[in-house]
Design a protein around this ligand. Structure first.
Ligand SMILES: Cc1cc2nc3c(=O)[nH]c(=O)nc-3n(C[C@H](O)[C@H](O)[C@H](O)COP(=O)(O)OP(=O)(O)OC[C@H]3O[C@@H](n4cnc5c(N)ncnc54)[C@H](O)[C@@H]3O)c2cc1C
Length: 388
């Protein structure tokens, strides 16, 4: 099969992983980023990793290293603080082939993830990594171009690809803190009237907290002195959790739902946040990007998808686009619906929520379905065994 030469723009988590995945299937990859290594590593964020991500990382030989560094959580507590109901999803609610991993999901710090990825990138002689290049001038002819240059992708604009976007009235404030909890190894998704809050274990008593709330509350919280900030946050935490101290400086992010109108134009592809960005509820963003990468490697690696000239056939591209839009749109729909249903206190919706929690408590099958959606996206409905 013809060896492809590929340019990847953006060495964030999506671009870096894409480059490793492409090099693994014998393509020559040129990976560029405008930031230097220090800035690429310095983002103060943690990701909740699901089983779809774990499978791709296993396939790329990265999981054995990350598994020691990622923090597993064996339970996910979903709390509706308005109707005062909760449900705990555990490893028992996982599909059989995910159950073996003995974790509902994992939390990993951005810096740790990127350090492992950059070590792999630097050791791979199929990957040419060029950082800190503000002006990328190269006249090489590439077979394919992949833009993984983030939510405000310049490549997307350059390639004239529009987006369907919706800006939430909520913003999110995120920080790490030391918490006192009754149960270790548990992650929390708390639905509050003004927005959801995720609490992810980072090892020992350290937790990443992501609070989505109205812009004004966010802007107010960020200006408070630490003692008042801790007081305010303690009133938002579910019972059984107490905040001891702040571990880093809180940061505020605007929130939007955005899906690009096209994923491919000619030989140019959008990957990761340049193609879709979601509300952080459920921690789906990076996991969705990693499913893009998996689909792309399957597309390029299968001889049947290539024409006589070694390039991807039109039919295979159409199939790829359909497959990705089903996943992207269904995951966007799921996260957006969660916000619509839970971020308000309409009586009818309260009733639906009450009924849903009662049903989930009684029906193990529904708990399994919910956890499969969280961990594999809607694609689990189409393939019983997701062989990433
Ligand atoms: C508060 C918050 C919490 C989140 N929590 C989770 C979670 O728990 N789990 C999860 O899965 N997701 C989560 N997400 C989403 C996750 O952060 C994103 O999905 C992920 O960062 C996307 O990675 P990316 O590589 O696609 O984009 P980015 O991380 O934005 O990387 C883009 C890269 O492209 C580079 N670049 C930009 N322009 C150019 C150019 N012209 N040329 C070359 N390079 C360029 C940038 O320097 C950057 O390095 C969260 C998001 C937020 C805001």
């Amino acid at each position: 099969m013809k060896e492809l030469i590929i340019k990847v723009l953006g060495a964030g988590p999506s671009g870096a992983l894409l480059a490793i995945a492409l090099a693994n299937i014998n393509t020559e990859v040129y990976l560029f980023d405008i930031l230097d290594m220090e800035k690429l590593l310095s983002r103060d964020r943690s990701y909740a990793i699901t089983h779809s991500t774990r499978r791709l990382l296993e396939k790329l030989g990265i999981w054995s290293e990350l598994n020691n560094k990622a923090i597993p959580f064996k339970e996910l507590s979903i709390i509706d603080s308005v109707i005062n109901k909760n449900i705990i999803l555990s490893t028992k609610d996982l599909e059989e082939n995910n159950y073996k991993s003995k974790a509902v999901g994992w939390t990993i710090d951005h810096k740790i993830l990127m350090e492992v990825l950059f070590e792999k990138l630097s050791k791979n002689n199929k990957i040419n990594l060029q950082l800190n290049c503000l002006q990328i001038k190269d006249n090489r002819d590439y077979d394919y171009y992949f833009a993984a240059d983030g939510i405000s992708s310049k490549s997307r604009n350059k390639w004239n690809i529009g987006t369907y976007s919706y800006r939430y009235r909520q913003k999110c404030i995120t920080f790490k803190a030391l918490l006192r909890v009754n149960h270790s190894n548990r992650a929390y998704e708390v639905f509050r009237q003004d927005g959801p809050m995720a609490i992810l274990p980072m090892g020992h008593d350290l937790y990443q907290v992501i609070i989505s709330t109205t812009s004004s509350i966010c802007e107010n919280l960020i200006t408070l002195p630490t003692s008042l900030f801790l007081d305010k946050v303690s009133t938002m935490l579910p019972s059984g959790l107490e905040i001891d101290s702040l571990y880093n400086n809180p940061e505020v992010f605007p929130l939007s739902l955005s899906v690009s109108k096209k994923l491919i134009v000619a030989n140019k592809f959008l990957v990761g946040e340049s193609a879709h960005s979601l509300h952080p509820v459920g921690g789906q963003g990076l996991n969705l990007s990693i499913r893009d990468i998996n689909a792309l490697t399957l597309l390029l690696n299968d001889r049947k998808n290539r024409n006589y000239n070694g390039l991807i056939s039109k039919r295979s591209k159409s199939f790829f686009i359909l497959n990705r839009y089903i996943d992207i749109l269904s995951t966007s729909f799921l996260t957006h619906t969660l916000i619509l249903i839970f971020s308000n206190s309409f009586t009818v919706l309260r009733f639906i929520r009450y009924f849903t929690f009662s049903l989930l408590r009684k029906a193990p099958y529904l708990r399994r379905l919910l956890l499969s959606l969280f961990t594999d996206g809607f694609s689990f409905l189409f393939a019983k065994r997701l062989d990433c």
